[in-house]
Write a protein that binds this ligand. Sequence first.
Ligand code: ATP
Ligand code: MG
Length: 305
Amino acid sequence: MTPEASVTDLQQERPAPGRTSPPRTGASFGPPMTNSPPAADSPPRTQTPAAELISVGLSFQSSRGRAVVLEDVNLKIFPGDFVCVLGPSGCGKTSLLNLVAGYLPGTEGEVLVGGAPQLGPNPRVGVVFQAPNLFPWLTAFKNIEFGLKMLGGEKKKRRERVLELLKLISLENSRDLLPHEMSGGMRQRVAIARALALDSKIVLLDEPFSALDALTREMMQKHLRDIWGQARRCFFFITHDVQEALLLANRLVVMSASPGRIFADFKNPLREPDDRDFEEVRADPRFPGLRADLLEMIQGNSCVI
Ligand SMILES: Nc1ncnc2c1ncn2[C@@H]1O[C@H](COP(=O)(O)OP(=O)(O)OP(=O)(O)O)[C@@H](O)[C@H]1O
Ligand SMILES: [Mg+2]
């Protein structure tokens, strides 16, 4: 099938806004992966998932009653996955990340990290937040080194690891800068290096570039793809930006709201092969159709506040 045919098929398939069912098995999207065996064209995934959520639910009790934030969430993410999670505001993306990070216990179900129950924050999971919460009194070098130092170990090895990471984020020459002397993009790169320092199997990123200007953001997106390509960890990246998701992710997860559920889960066809650069991804004739379809999925699944 030609790429043009894929876009046309997808556009013809596009349902009315406000739909509540996942996309049909479209030529571009491929079959949804949620709660189902791997797509026929993907290799069998026999490894232990980097993280797994089994029938996970999350609710909060308040004076106004019980609010169900997440319901029956089932998701497996694997080493080497670059997953982008999209969904309307308030649908529970950050809550989902907090469960995987071990910051929050689920109300129902089970969260496993590397096959073991997630019982609390631990070095197996790295987290990067929207605001890079670096220690203001520590240099770039020392911020990255901090977690390694807490774990102990040989000083020489620790230093080598930090220097390697500084190179990975292209900040070898800025190692002695304090956070207030860095740009927003530099601070966010240090936060990413800090999350990578502990050799965590999975790195969770919650809208890490949303506060950056367009140019810095694109530079950071490219950086992150390169870092992922070299480190080949599992990246779980939350974003509001459909274009960002299509550029970065190999796998796209869309959530619906009220309560938050996994609505769709599929391979990003624009990332096959996955060494394409951003310009190639953007120039793909399927790009506009996929972007429109994702937007419609998100808007169609918003909660009315
Ligand atoms: N500690 C809490 N107590 C009560 N309700 C909470 C708590 N934390 C989150 N919520 C509710 O859970 C829902 C999901 O919040 P969450 O922050 O996970 O959404 P989100 O998808 O990340 O939104 P956004 O895209 O705006 O960042 C919201 O309705 C929020 O009010
Ligand atoms: Mg959030």
